[in-house]
Design a protein around this ligand. Structure first.
Ligand code: COA
Length: 159
């Protein structure tokens, strides 16, 4: 069984992330969505909330698990028996950071390959920071995030 790991902060998960998960499932038998604790990013949502939000959106897919992790990604991948790391590549601006991360991860564990997937073009400009900013300012984020996430954002930024 081919297992891939899709790591990220997911603060919060967006339709763009879900698009990448769907594409990854066409290539792999099993996908582990790995939510990075990432305290230095000072996330809006706790790691438990981020995991719950993703779980709420993937019920239709039986071959995805959502877990949190801290520490080195390559070490976590080794523990999980995953030889592929999925990353979304949205625009050229993503490339330098992703290139650095993929090669660093390869130097830490040469068995692991990073697989880049492109989201649907409607999500290429999207990131979680933009979504949070729109929600904070009272804008409508329904085209960017699923309903459950939109509700949680309203809870964080009541009008
Ligand atoms: N659609 C919409 N947005 C997307 C997206 C997509 N398909 N793919 C990425 N993004 C956004 C994210 O929402 C995030 O937005 P933000 O910066 O506004 O919050 C941004 O792009 C990048 O975030 P993400 O994909 O979550 O990656 P990250 O840079 O936050 O996390 C880790 C990267 C967790 C994979 C990395 O830090 C890591 O591996 N950490 C573990 C420690 C380690 O091993 N370090 C050495 C690695 S070289």
């Amino acid at each position: 069984m081919r297992t891939a790991l899709y790591p990220g902060t997911f603060d919060p998960v967006t339709r763009g992330h879900l698009d990448i998960m769907e594409r990854a499932l066409r290539l792999f038998d099993n996908l582990i969505v790995a939510v990075a604790v990432h305290p230095e990013k000072q996330p809006l949502f706790t790691v438990e909330e981020r995991v719950e939000m993703i779980r709420g959106e993937i019920e239709q897919w039986k071959n995805i698990q959502v877990e949190s992790f801290h520490g080195l990604l390559t070490e976590y991948a080794r523990q999980k028996g995953a030889l592929s790391i999925i990353r979304g590549l949205r625009a050229v601006s993503d490339f330098e950071y992703e290139f650095q991360m993929a090669l660093t991860n390869r130097s830490l564990n040469s068995d692991i390959e990073t697989v880049f997937l492109m989201p649907s073009e409607q999500f290429t400009y999207l990131n979680s920071t933009i979504v949070k900013e729109i929600a904070m300012l009272g804008g409508n984020v329904s085209q960017f995030v699923p309903q459950g996430v939109e509700k949680r954002l309203r809870g964080k930024y009541p009008r």
